[in-house]
Design a protein around this ligand. Sequence first.
Ligand code: CP
Ligand code: NVA
Length: 314
Amino acid sequence: MSHATPQTGPLRHFLQFRDLTTDEINYIFARAKLIKDKFKRYEKHHTLHDRNLAMVFEKASTRTRVSFEAGMYQLGGSVIHLTTGDSQLGRSEPIEDTARVISRMVDLVMIRTFEQTRLERFAAHSRVPVINGLTNEFHPCQILADIFTFIEHLGPIQDKTVAWIGDANNMSYTWLQAAEMLGFQLHVSAPKGYELDSQRIDNPPASVLKQFPDPLEACRGAHLVTTDVWTSMGYETENDQRRRAFADWCVDGEMMAVADPSAIFMHCLPAHRGEEVTGEVIDGPQSVVWDEAENRLHVQKALMEFLLLGQIEG
Ligand code: CP
Ligand code: NVA
């Protein structure tokens, strides 16, 4: 058995959060817990023995690379790491041709790239499941890890409140899909000009999304306060202008103080202390950012298993 192992069911991709059903997401959380517990006990878990993952990075990464690479080896498989610069993608080979070729040789592909449409074009020409490792529009693996972390610390997320402070970027749109599917409320506060694009969000009810001009008000009563860099990868030319626009969107002790007394803080990382979050908050007692980063490993192992094997036991 190797990379040529046929799929047991229809081809599944994870290009955005809602590509999974709510039941499947809950299965992945349960499975991630089992996988994490075994990992902590140093027990072997080789459900993807002999399978091969190709990772394609068109943007930089630390966590995504290490978590997918370590995760696949821990599942008994192996990994090929490609970047734009060291592959023919950097010399304009079409993404469709790249997908056709890579997916004849491996069992699974993870891509980090720019436009979601580029990821979709890859997936449309792939014979094997494709995972979104971050695009300009979404970061679904990160939100799987974040919600898994929330559940570990505070229990079920249903009916809870998540406050998103800062840029309405790939993370925030993915949080919104998760809120719709898992039944929690998302508060979003972004500076003028950087808010959620109404054309992309299809008018969600207030039970799902509330937007606040004042970040302090968005944090009031929240169970999770979370933020991200002011300038996402690919937008670096806007850096100076964003620094000025986001100056009041720094998560600080005052914001954490108006959140629920049990509130936790998350950041997908990398973080810039003194910009989107103070050192006091990210390094303080309410911060769970290191658990959040570690959980990328466990949820993605569960995700890779699910995409290749479906729902399994043991
Ligand atoms: N959070 C996250 O995706 O980190 P990397 O950019 O380091 O992969
Ligand atoms: N929003 C950030 C997340 C980095 C992990 C970016 O896209 O650069």
